[in-house]
Write a protein that binds this ligand. Structure first.
Ligand SMILES: [Zn+2]
Ligand SMILES: [Zn+2]
Length: 119
């Protein structure tokens, strides 16, 4: 991640952090210990669907949280549409659809079969 992106993330993601956030985040990640986009378990973040700087009242609302990983940039991609200044109201749906599409991704030998089908 570039320095600018890091700075942008820090200023927007941690706009306001209440003392309870650390506990809520830890408990949430214990309850949902997998990235919703890839199922991965490394470098997870409890992402706020509606950003805290827009709706401070939703900071500790678990219905406003979703687990996404930093390892594959799924937090940035699905949670923030590639910009920490933005957000994604359909992140649950998008992450789920992506995960399904990964499950059914083509195998290396499948294209050959498809080509044969085309004659
Ligand atoms: Zn992921
Ligand atoms: Zn986020």
């Amino acid at each position: 991640m570039s320095l600018d992106l890091k700075k942008e993330k820090r200023s927007l993601e941690t706009f306001r952090v209440s003392p309870e956030w650390r506990r809520v985040r830890r408990d949430f990640l214990k309850l949902y210990p997998r990235c919703e986009a890839c199922g991965g378990k490394q470098r997870l973040e409890a992402h706020h669907i509606i950003p805290v700087h827009l709706k401070p009242s939703l900071e500790l609302d678990v219905n406003n949280l979703i687990t996404l990983c930093e390892l594959h940039s799924h937090h940035l991609t699905f949670g923030h549409k590639m910009s920490y200044r933005s957000w994604n109201r359909t992140v649950r749906e998008d992450a789920k659809n992506y995960r399904e599409s990964v499950k059914t991704r083509p195998k290396p030998w499948e294209l050959e079969e498809e080509t044969n089908d085309l004659g």
